[in-house]
Design a protein around this ligand. Structure first.
Ligand SMILES: Cc1cc2nc3c(=O)[nH]c(=O)nc-3n(C[C@H](O)[C@H](O)[C@H](O)COP(=O)(O)O)c2cc1C
Length: 358
């Protein structure tokens, strides 16, 4: 079942394995470089059905760090084209390429994780972050500026412009980042959205701006490209989004034309108590799957072929994404195909390593 095909919108995936989007924190003013080249080329031959390029900022201040990828300039687009063309040239198994478009909101202007991940100082070229409300992510975080309506219109335009670039690059799927405490999630969650205007208050109001972004992007997506969104299943907080709220959010995005959803969780504030364990987010995907009819992707501590396959066989989700397992083993798909006895195509040059032990 893991190796059975599935369609997201009009796009056919040869199997249900996805390389989850993973920031590499290695770009130069948003432009990908040799690091991304090797990363994408490895993932292109991983045996997955789809590889999602990392969270890519739609404007410079929408990056998390100085080294996040972006798609806000011609340089960014040209650099990504170089990476994508190279990855395409070695891709096997009819792998589809997707991109995650993102705005970090109040979680922008931080150090890369391996430098501690704390907020940048002014002397480190910090920038002013934006959010639905002027509430910091946590103690020691930047105080964001609450977005006014003019600025919100500009952000919608940034998403449209980045989407146009992604379409020009030929991605098969475009995914908006609506989870992990970044701008779209910040609007949906009552933890970070305490606005008094029509964009705050009820869940319907809190979804208004995310849906405006989504519908504007939807309008320009060609028929052969899929549009999805990564959402949170729960905020893991009493005063945050619950799974019942997330069901309504998922239904709204389906109604507005989402071709698929990925259900993740966490990240709206620091210090959350998340029961991290294998499959810890699968029940969230299953709950959402019960109220929508588009394909649902799950993610989170899925590491073995049997575990991934069971999720599909038991119809707990339609697609399985893995992140760290692919970093540890970029040939994860090959091993899974052997474990589940479903042969896949690997590059001819490497075939002898796949078909027989050394
Ligand atoms: C290095 C790294 C970078 C990540 N960057 C992103 C990202 O760009 N966008 C996103 O939605 N999630 C990101 N994530 C979260 C993963 O996509 C995934 O949801 C999470 O790691 C749980 O899956 P796993 O247990 O298979 O690693 C990142 C995770 C890692 C480890």
């Amino acid at each position: 079942m893991l190796f059975s095909p599935i369609k997201i919108g009009s796009v056919s995936l040869t199997n249900r394995i996805v390389v989850s989007p993973m920031c590499q924190y290695s770009a130069d003013d948003g432009s990908m470089n040799n690091w991304h080249l090797q990363h994408a080329m490895q993932m292109a031959m991983s045996g997955a059905g789809m590889f999602v390029f990392e969270a890519t900022a739609v404007e410079r201040r929408g990056r998390i760090t100085h080294h996040c990828a972006g798609l806000y300039s011609n340089q960014n687009e040209n650099a990504m084209k170089h990476v994508l063309d190279a990855a395409r040239s070695v891709a096997t198994n009819d792998l589809k390429f997707a991109i995650q478009l993102s705005h970090a909101g109040r979680k922008g202007s931080h150090h890369v994780p391996w430098r501690g991940g704390q907020a940048l100082l002014n002397s480190e070229d910090a920038w002013t972050t934006v959010a639905p409300s002027a509430l910091p992510f946590t103690q020691g975080s930047h105080l964001p500026e609450a977005l006014d309506k003019d600025e919100m219109q500009k952000i919608i335009q940034n998403f449209i412009d980045a989407t146009k670039r992604a379409i020009r690059l030929g991605f098969s799927a475009i995914e908006l980042h609506g989870a992990h405490g970044y701008l779209i999630h910040e609007f949906i969650s009552p933890v970070s959205n305490q606005r008094k205007d029509e964009y705050g208050g009820s869940l319907t109001n809190r979804m208004k701006f995310p849906l405006e972004i989504f519908t504007n992007v939807r309008k320009i997506i060609p028929s052969d490209v899929a549009l999805g969104i990564r959402l949170t299943g729960t905020d893991w907080l009493e005063n945050g989004l619950s799974i019942e709220d997330s069901k309504k959010v998922a239904q709204s995005f389906e109604k507005h034309g989402a071709d698929y959803l990925c259900i993740s969780s966490g990240g709206i504030t620091a210090g959350l108590n998340i029961p991290v364990a294998p499959n810890y987010q699968v029940h969230l995907a299953t709950a959402i799957k019960s109220v929508v009819s588009i394909p649902i992707r799950t993610v989170g501590l899925i590491t073995t072929a049997e575990q991934a396959n069971n999720i599909i066989v038991e119809e707990r989700a339609d697609i399985v994404a893995l992140a760290r397992a692919f970093l540890a083993n970029p040939r994860w798909g090959w091993d899974a195909s052997k474990a589940l006895q479903h042969p896949i195509k690997v590059p001819q040059q490497y075939e002898r390593a796949y078909s027989s032990p050394v």
